[in-house]
Design a protein around this ligand. Structure first.
Ligand SMILES: CC(C)(COP(=O)(O)OP(=O)(O)OC[C@H]1O[C@@H](n2cnc3c(N)ncnc32)[C@H](O)[C@@H]1OP(=O)(O)O)[C@@H](O)C(=O)NCCC(=O)NCCS
Length: 190
């Protein structure tokens, strides 16, 4: 792997706004713990109720209805990783992963979201790479994720991190419904 996967050379040095002002932006990314449950809930609900909702997957109803106790439980679940990106006290992005098969050691990346003014600064790239590093530490062998066909931003993001489209036949129905499965084999990197 080339260079340090966690650092985009300019990732921290652009403020909000599309041209990228020179205002310094200190982005901190950390694995969320139980104390962060309200922030996780807030940004997840924002992501599935705002203009990007359609891109965010099929778990809407479940997340909308989760009780506070259930949100707290998510943060304690060892099979679920949730990373939050913060600028000052504001949560500006998130990325989660869940172990989906404990025999094959397969994980799934999900809940990828960065607030609009903070996009194109390498935040989600860092969120992806940090999740992959944590999954490797936990013995993960394979990582999958689902992206809608009409979401090229997210596809470029994930492909730059080494994911490839999974073209296996059993996925044809899903493709027809507008979703593509991407996969990354962590074993191949060793
Ligand atoms: C998809 C999404 C998560 C990407 O987040 P992001 O933080 O903007 O992603 P990154 O900044 O890592 O990468 C985006 C682009 O910015 C570029 N970039 C990275 N750092 C940069 C910097 N400092 N300056 C300028 N550009 C930069 C990347 O190279 C990438 O370029 P590309 O689009 O040409 O490939 C975000 O657009 C989003 O939340 N979209 C709506 C919800 C969504 O689609 N979620 C995914 C569901 S599967």
């Amino acid at each position: 792997m080339e260079g340090n996967p966690f650092l985009h050379p300019r990732a921290n040095f652009f403020g909000p706004g599309d041209g990228g002002s020179q205002e310094q932006l200190d982005v901190r990314i950390e694995l969320a713990t139980e104390k962060d449950w309200e922030e996780v809930k807030r940004i997840r609900l924002e992501s599935i109720s705002g203009e990007d909702a359609e891109k965010m997957g099929r778990d809407f109803a479940k997340d909308m209805q989760r009780t506070d106790e259930e949100w707290k439980a998510l943060l304690k679940d060892p099979e679920i990783l949730i990373f939050l990106a913060r600028v000052g006290n504001e949560v500006v992005g998130m990325g989660s992963a869940a172990r989906v098969d404990s025999i094959k050691q397969a994980w799934k990346l999900r809940w990828m979201y960065v607030k609009k003014p903070f996009r194109k600064r390498g935040i989600q790239t860092r969120l992806i790479n940090l999740r992959l590093a944590e999954i490797r530490k936990l013995g993960g062998a394979k990582v999958v994720t689902h992206i809608r066909k009409d979401n090229p931003d997210s596809m470029r993001n994930i492909m730059k991190a080494g994911f490839v489209e999974d073209k296996s036949l059993r996925l044809w129905r899903q493709r027809r419904r507008g979703w593509i499965q991407f996969v990354k084999d962590l074993g191949e990197e060793k």
